[in-house]
Design a protein around this ligand. Structure first.
Ligand SMILES: Nc1ncnc2c1ncn2[C@@H]1O[C@H](COP(=O)(O)OP(=O)(O)OP(=O)(O)O)[C@@H](O)[C@H]1O
Length: 782
């Protein structure tokens, strides 16, 4: 332990001894301020600085906190930063990456709280923008206070009364001005009596109501500032409101941000070219950041809707940095040379000859685009977009064959294990007939898996199928030529970047079934070329979709039963696996009900994500072999499952699913030549849920459904990608801010056309590398 720490411990013990003998220790707070401010949580120090006297119980609490802080210091001795006054006063030059703990007044406890808000560095703090803003009005007089409105009054504390109440104490602080009196009610905040002493002038902001007892205006939810600290001309009418976490006050976070701005903002470099800022009517970055934290008299409406110039400036900057990184990544990828695949492919020819159908026009066109890429001698990075059941996977398999034909391996990664199984079983036989070897890699560590891995490493396996966990697995490929990712938005540019690190930059083909507006595609796939499979195989009869209220369940199941009796199969989808507190259908109960009531005598099985893989695999295999009539399932079957004889689906509590999910689920049926039947059983209680049912029964068009979903729920919800694949922006939201994203892409394009390496845009380049440099890392080039 350092000298300073052991000294502190000694002092601590001495103070404790004194405490036992004295009811008031003179200078206790001064001691804290002078000796402990660098190791105590800053809120405690602040408290100590504010209050001249402590009660015995408060002292005990303080000493306890001191002890905690010292033992934390001891524990972290090896790694704890030197936070002595000296080290702070030396003022290490701050930079954006400086951890917040180096800021004055940030102790371990406060650091933890800040970390909870994702504030780890100075940059995080500066970019920790207010959640909203509050217009607290110009200070007014007590007689003009209106009930329920957020207002500020300036007054003098007249009296402070304390009362014990059932759950603690109530302080009633009466303030007054020339026009009347008002009361501040403070529950369990005794310490305020030491600060708000009679005679103190304060500014109080709160919502007041008239007391039926005293007839005076009163408030229990308020903020105050000593009037002496706020000069009238400096009074901030609009104040920022930050997100908080337990034990962190608005006051505290405001003062931290303020400190960070004062000390760091002046040295922050502008990123955007001056000319761009002017032309697009943006603000200098420093000014924008400052204004978001200190909006002054800015238009509150614009602020609340994130439409102020300051907002637009910073959103634009985040977008342009991201757009530049994607475009640079793309151009770097495009320059990477690989051995071209020969034109024409025996495997592709033989495989297509075995198919019982002809490729659709769209499939042929997309496969041609892919073939051109593969034959070009440059790396392919392409996205195949197409509605459910449009035949994307088939195109992907053709592409795989072409690459395998040139002597390389292919990995196919899908979002769920069930789907990996399905692809494996579907394509294994036909590919083995062509003399190829296919492996399915699952989690776990079996002997069989070890054997497969070794064969993969020796290049004996041509096609490797697995979930996205293939990325985590220690799979060593002998010569991986193509990675196919069936991503369903679970796989963004970040993961693709990681894939490249692992896989020596092979060709990448991404498949997605959700229609994406162009701008969003730019965000997620700006580094990819896009092909669209915009046609479904001929002969598809589509799906009839009906809606029944839950009380008419019997009607729904009767209709399905008669179809099963004709030899078709059905899915029943429930939102839950087992009984829970919520009253929603669950797989267990519904299966039991079907067995006993509506589907007596039919072969019913259950499948959900919590079953062991082996069991899931067996159930899906029996379902495909028609040994099961009805599969009662959770939404695990949502993606990719393809059993053409399964033509019916009942979705229990359909109101629980979003439109995109309902569309995906329904996409599982109507994949053969028989018209599908999808029944939505629901008790929609909201207008939005009713709308969803209506849309589902009126259209099968994925693009229309996407549009409607966007309209109903807002884009973030619909794509459900916030957690997947979309980079973290501080302010920008690619879903909400499409127009700006598009503008940023155009601007990035223009800049790169003029200056492909950003030689004359050093600040822009540096900032882009700092933020999105990981996308520019292409890993090892083979
Ligand atoms: N040209 C075609 N003609 C007839 N059937 C086809 C054609 N192409 C594919 N299919 C069949 O249609 C079904 C769906 O094809 P595939 O799985 O490739 O579609 P997908 O677009 O990947 O589907 P999803 O997005 O729903 O997973 C499969 O049973 C497949 O064999």
């Amino acid at each position: 332990m350092s000298v300073e720490k052991s000294f502190l411990q000694k002092v601590l013990h001495r103070e404790k001894e004194k405490l036992d003998n004295l009811s008031v220790i003179g200078g206790f707070n001064r001691f804290i301020k002078n000796h402990l401010s660098t190791i105590l949580p800053s809120d405690l120090v602040e408290e100590a600085e504010n209050y001249p006297l402590f009660s015995k119980s408060e002292k005990i609490r303080f000493l306890q906190e001191i002890e905690n802080a010292i033992s934390a210091l001891q524990k972290n001795n090896a790694t704890a930063p030197q936070r002595s006054r000296a080290s702070i006063s030396q003022k290490k030059p701050l930079n954006l990456e400086t951890p917040v703990r180096y800021l004055k007044g940030v102790g371990p406890a406060l650091e933890r709280k800040l970390n909870k808000l994702n504030i780890k560095t100075l940059e995080d703090l500066i970019y920790f923008f207010p959640r909203t803003y509050r217009d607290r009005g110009h200070p007014t007089t007590i007689d003009t206070l209106k009930e329920g409105m957020l207002q500020t009054v300036e007054g003098k504390v007249i009296s402070v009364r304390r009362r014990n109440i059932r759950r603690g104490t109530l302080l009633k602080i009466t303030i007054g001005d020339d026009t009347g009196l008002a009361d501040l009610l403070c529950f369990n905040q005794d310490y305020l009596s030491r600060i708000l002493r009679p005679g103190t002038r304060i500014l109080v902001t709160g919502r007041f109501r008239r007391s039926s007892v005293s007839g005076r205006m009163e408030t229990s939810n308020f903020e105050y500032e000593p009037a002496s600290r706020v000069k009238k001309e400096n009074f901030e009418k609009i104040v920022p409101v930050y997100s908080l976490t337990k034990g962190l006050s608005q006051k505290k976070i405001r003062s931290l941000v303020e400190y960070a701005l004062q000390n760091y903002l002046p040295s922050l470099e502008e990123t955007l070219p001056e000319e761009t800022v002017q032309r697009l009517n943006l603000l200098p970055k420093r000014k924008a950041i400052y204004l978001l934290h200190n909006p002054g008299e800015e238009n509150i409406e614009e602020l609340l809707q994130r439409r102020s110039r300051a907002h637009l400036t910073l959103i634009f900057e985040e977008f342009i940095l991201f757009a530049l990184s994607l475009k640079l990544r793309k151009s770097m990828l495009q320059k990477l040379r690989v051995a071209p695949c020969p034109s024409g492919s025996r495997l592709v020819k033989e495989f297509t000859a075995k198919l019982p159908f002809k490729l659709t026009g769209a499939q042929s066109r997309v496969f041609e685009e892919i073939s051109r890429d593969l034959e070009s001698g440059f790396i392919m990075n392409r996205l195949i977009q197409g509605d459910v059941g449009s035949g994307k996977t088939l195109v992907a398999i053709l592409s795989a064959l072409k690459v395998i034909d040139s002597g390389q391996q292919v990995a196919l990664m899908v979002p769920t294990e069930i789907l990996a199984e399905q692809h494996y079983h579907r394509y294994r036989d036909i590919l083995e007939e062509l003399g190829l070897k296919v492996a399915l890699i699952k989690g776990g560590n079996s002997k069989q898996k070890a054997e497969l891995l070794s064969q993969i490493a020796q290049g004996k396996i041509n096609l490797i199928i697995g979930t996205h966990a293939l990325l985590e697995e220690k799979v060593q490929f002998a010569n991986l030529g193509l990675v196919i990712v069936d991503e369903q938005h679970r796989f963004g540019v970040m993961q693709r970047a990681r894939l490249k690190e692992k896989a020596h930059v092979p060709h990448t083909l991404v498949m997605t079934a959700t229609p994406i507006p162009r701008t969003l595609a730019l965000t997620l796939y700006g580094d990819l070329d896009v092909s669209v499979v915009d046609e479904k195989p001929v002969g598809r009869k589509g799906v009839e979709t009906l809606f029944f209220p839950i009380k008419e369940r019997f009607k729904a199941y009767n209709r399905v039963r008669s179809r099963i009796e004709e030899g078709e199969q059905a899915y029943v989808v429930c939102p839950a696996i087992e009984e829970s507190e919520e009253e929603i259908s669950n797989v267990q109960e519904i299966a039991e009900m079907l067995r006993e009531k509506w589907f007596k005598g039919l072969r019913i099985a259950i499948i959900h994500g919590r079953l062991p893989s082996k069991e899931k695999e067996e159930i899906m295999a029996s379902f495909e072999k028609r040994a099961i009539d009805v599969l009662v399932s959770t939404s695990v079957i949502e993606v990719g499952i393809d059993v053409p004889n399964a033509t019916c689906m009942v979705i229990e509590n359909a109101e629980r699913f979003g439109l995109a999910q309902l569309h995906q689920l329904r996409g599982r049926i109507g994949r053969g030549s028989v018209r599908g039947l999808c029944i939505l059983l629901a008790n929609p209680t909201t207008e939005e849920a009713r709308q969803r049912m209506k849309i589902m029964t009126s259209t099968e068009d994925g693009f229309r459904i996407a549009e409607e979903d966007l309209r109903l729920r807002g884009p973030g919800e619909f794509y459900g990608v916030r957690q997947h694949g979309v980079p973290e922006f501080y302010l920008a939201d690619p879903f909400e801010d499409w127009p700006l994203l598009e503008k940023a892409h155009q601007e990035a394009e223009a800049i790169l056309t003029k200056d492909p390496e950003l030689r004359n845009y050093q600040n822009l380049r540096r900032e882009m590398e700092r933020k999105f440099g990981k996308y520019l890392d292409l890993g090892e080039v083979s």
